[in-house]
Design a protein around this ligand. Structure first.
Ligand code: CP
Ligand code: NVA
Length: 300
């Protein structure tokens, strides 16, 4: 079983995983630990930078008595031309699961095709499903439910946005994406979400979108791999910022979310990052608990 897209799990499986994540969080707070993944190893292959994904997976394996190996593409024979297929087969002989963060989603799919152990997508240009697990956990903790919530995305229709759309579709939330023309989320993802019965609305009016929002979510304007477009992106995405004005339009109990890293003054203001509506740092912590639950489901 792989975890390449949030849609690899259905709603029942996600609910089950979130309950497990919440109980693991409580146990960790009480200082209880158990070696549930003793002698298991996770290979973590990174083509791009990471703070949260790398550290949360590594700590998750350590907490369970297992081991995580940080594998930078730069340092592997991959960089000198060894095929992905061979790398996937060789790694499968050493580790019990592979987590990969790649520029192209096809790289993740190819590793999954040739690996004989579970493969986890640690972010690609198309999706960030591990982030979505932590986000759903955070929404569940804050709101106690999913059905009927209004999820509003402000900014670039990127990988995290794509996984958020699918998460909403799976868990029964409506989603409005406010983005400039040309920065819409992936068309196939939108149609997949609609096929699951989700109401997906795309608009270029952030103020209209934010009205009555239960969740306001944003992410960087320049994702890893988009650096060459930086100047255009900063200019075009300028009006798509989560700030106090937008919070005032949203529901009084709105939660503000960001997968991090954040650029204060661009997609979000410093004031909102530190506002009482912000659950951003809980979200970051929940990466650990949600991924622990994921690892137990895939390896336990
Ligand atoms: N949100 C997230 O995936 O952060 P990193 O890039 O630091 O892993
Ligand atoms: N959209 C961002 C997310 C980083 C966690 C990126 O791909 O760089």
């Amino acid at each position: 079983m792989n975890f390449i897209s949030i849609c690899d799990f259905d709603a029942a499986r996600i609910s089950d995983l979130l309950d497990l994540a919440i109980s693991l969080k409580e146990k960790r707070m009480k200082g209880e630990s158990s070696e549930l993944l003793k002698n298991k190893s996770l290979g973590m292959l990174f083509e791009k930078s990471s703070t949260r994904t790398r550290i949360s997976f590594e700590v998750a394996m350590t907490d369970f008595g297992g081991h995580a190996l940080y594998l930078s593409r730069r340092d592997l024979q991959l960089e000198r031309g060894e095929p992905l297929e061979d790398t996937a087969r060789v790694l499968s002989g050493y580790v019990h699961a592979i987590m990969i963060r790649a520029f192209k989603h096809e790289t993740v799919s190819k590793i999954a095709e040739h690996a004989t152990v579970p493969v986890i997508n640690g972010l690609s240009d198309l999706e960030h499903p591990c982030q979505s697990l932590a986000d759903l956990m955070t929404i569940k903790e804050a709101k106690g439910k999913f059905t009927g919530l209004k999820f509003v995305w402000i900014g670039d229709g990127n990988n995290v946005c794509n996984s958020s759309i699918l998460s909403c579709a799976l868990m029964g939330m409506d989603i409005i994406v406010a983005c400039p023309k040309g920065y819409e989320p992936d068309a196939k993802i939108i149609s997949n979400a609609k096929a699951l019965g989700c109401k997906v609305e795309i608009t270029d009016n952030p103020k209209k979108a934010a009205g009555g929002a239960d969740v306001l979510y944003t992410d960087v304007w320049v994702s890893m791999g988009d650096e060459e477009e930086k100047e255009d992106r900063l200019k075009t995405l300028g009006p798509f910022q989560i700030n106090k004005d937008l919070i005032d339009i949203a529901d009084g109990d709105v939660i503000v979310m960001h997968c991090l890293p954040a650029h204060r003054g661009q997609e979000i203001t410093d004031e909102v990052m530190n506002d009482s509506h912000s659950v951003i740092f809980t979200q970051a912590e929940n990466r650990l608990h949600a991924q622990k639950a994921l690892l137990l489901k895939l390896l336990g």
